[in-house]
Design a protein around this ligand. Sequence first.
Ligand code: ZN
Length: 157
Amino acid sequence: MIERIARPDEVRRWPGSIPVSHRYTPGVAGQAFLETLRDRGVILGSRCDRCRYTYVPARLFCERCFAELAADVEVGPAGVLRSFAIGFVGVEGEPLESPLTLGLVQLDGADACLLHLVLDHSDEPLEIGRRVEVVVKPAGERTGSILDIEGFRPVEG
Ligand SMILES: [Zn+2]
């Protein structure tokens, strides 16, 4: 018999963890995106001409019409902050020493937004619509990771 749970705080539970690990590959377009970021410090997207939509990061097919795409469009390095959130706790619920700002940025030439840190060291409040630019690590320090991007920095204009 299935009992309806009326008070979730009274449910019996056993604390535990399941040891599961994952390893993902970036795929063909993701590989091109990461290698271009590493080698040239450039952000690559993919354009679907049929849908008139440019994806970032680059991808192998259009999510709207399933057309085959190529990682062949350079976007940014500047763009517009479309949304942001400020985090005060980490993924495990631990308090952070200093809050982190995550931003959704629509880079110039792109339709999709890229999520990354916002490097905002000023006392000026951050606003949606603000112009930002990508900050990439120096050439010798890039490894082909999304963390080769340090984040987005607000710029004038
Ligand atoms: Zn399409």
